[in-house]
Ligand binder design. Structure first.
Ligand SMILES: C[S@@+](CC[C@H](N)C(=O)[O-])C[C@H]1O[C@@H](n2cnc3c(N)ncnc32)[C@H](O)[C@@H]1O
Length: 392
């Protein structure tokens, strides 16, 4: 479980789960989490303690993508110089050397058994008259291997574009056209060996943090298709455009897949705060860093929006599970197990204690500091009538 100050389960987790049986939605606080927004350089990360983080989820500025040239040149003026001179490979390498410093910090702050998930796209660009691919994902894998993190199977996130001019080069004539890039990577690494769950409390929390069998089948697939969806509207659209924000669903899934309720999630390149919102919506604590104060203000709004977003996403999940159960029963394949908190059928014994939490309160407790309380979700949490009150 996360150990960021006051983070953690409230009372004995096992007692809470058992006491709540058959009564999801009791307003009782089952978890408290903390959330910090830091105006800090991720290459230094002075505000984050060693081995205090269970999972890093982030998307850096992409080397050799023009929109980030200024950010990289500000980190190292030599990068700007190399770009001006058209020295493409030198610029690419120098940009990655700045990111390498952030990956080293991530490794420092991760607990043993913790994960680092990095969403990155390769870049295509014409520089000095030559069109080339800049393999960002390969360079990051190499950097992570060098600092001793273990690479795990990654996810190819397919992002189709409808742009009419998406095919580059010589059209229907051979030998002069280029394949169109419509995917990014979600690279996954672990620090050291697998996490152990040595105590009863730890094992019970792990059971409560389970996801549905049918979610496992989709989320642990190595190709994620178009993820734009209901929650894409999180936050201010202009800020999201400026920071190249990823959809809420990206960090939300990774949080469910790789962490337990109460764990601590870090995004060293927070932008508009999508990762912190996903962590808060999932009863995980969060720390987010950015160097742009305007984006941190957007991140604050995203955190305050997390309770509404959580209710909506949890309702979608419960509704999707209800439909799944109906289809299985209609197909003559009833499910063998029963989930204790909600009373509905589930496929496996690993899902019997699964309980989704939503924030019941999110409070600002100081400059860049927030606390949330979390209660068990009820099937009415996504009630459409409440959505009119959402701030975005
Ligand atoms: C690709 S964006 C992240 C977008 C984010 N995932 C979201 O959903 O909004 C990269 C972010 O890194 C920030 N950044 C760039 N260099 C940084 C540094 N050295 N330390 C901290 N943040 C940095 C930028 O301001 C930008 O917001």
């Amino acid at each position: 479980m996360g150990a960021l100050g006051a983070v953690g389960a409230v009372g004995a987790v096992s007692g809470e789960s058992a006491g709540n049986a058959g009564n999801p939605g009791s307003a009782r606080t089952l978890m408290r989490t903390t959330h910090r927004l830091l105006l800090e350089d991720a290459r230094e990360m002075p505000g984050v303690e060693a081995e205090s983080i269970d999972c890093v989820i982030t998307s850096p500025p992409y080397p050799m993508i023009e929109m980030w040239d200024g950010v990289f040149s500000a980190m190292s003026p030599e990068i700007g110089l190399r770009l001006e001179r058209g020295e493409a490979w030198q610029a690419f390498e120098l940009m990655h050397r700045e990111l390498d410093r952030v990956w080293a910090q991530c490794s420092r702050v991760l607990r043993p058994g913790g994960f680092a998930c990095i969403n990155v796209g390769d870049a295509t660009r014409t520089l000095d008259g030559e069109f080339r691919l800049y393999p960002n994902h390969a360079r990051i894998v190499e950097a992570m291997l060098r600092i001793g993190l273990t690479p795990l199977p990654d996810i190819l996130w397919r992002k189709p574009t409808n742009a009419p001019n998406k095919f580059l080069g010589s059209g229907m004539l051979p030998a002069g056209a280029y394949v169109t890039y419509e995917h990014e990577y979600i690279l996954i690494f672990r620090k050291g060996p697998k996490r152990a769950f040595a105590t009863d409390d730890g094992r019970e929390l792990r059971m409560r943090s389970a996801f549905f069998w049918e979610e496992r089948n989709a989320w642990f697939s190595d190709v994620w298709m178009d993820l734009r969806g209901a929650s894409q509207e999180l936050g201010d659209p202009a800020a999201r455009e400026r920071s190249a924000a990823f959809p809420f669903e990206v960090p939300y899934r990774l949080v469910q897949m790789l962490t337990l309720q109460g764990d601590a999630v870090l995004d060293p390149f927070l932008g508009t705060g999508t990762t912190s919102a996903a962590a808060a919506a999932s009863a995980r604590s969060s720390v987010g860093l950015d160097m742009d104060p305007a984006l941190l203000a957007a991140a604050e709004r995203a955190l305050l929006f997390a309770p509404a977003l959580a209710r909506r996403r949890v309702e979608e999940r419960l509704e999707a599970h209800r439909r799944f159960v109906e289809e299985r029963e209609a197909a003559g394949k009833p499910l063998k197990h029963r989930n204790r908190p909600y009373g509905f059928p589930v496929v496996t014994g690993q899902e019997v204690d699964l309980e989704l939490l939503v924030p019941s309160a999110m409070r600002r407790t100081g400059e860049g500091r927030f606390e949330a309380e979390h209660r068990a979700a009820t099937p009415s949490d996504g009630d459409r009538s409440k959505q009119a009150e959402l701030p975005f």
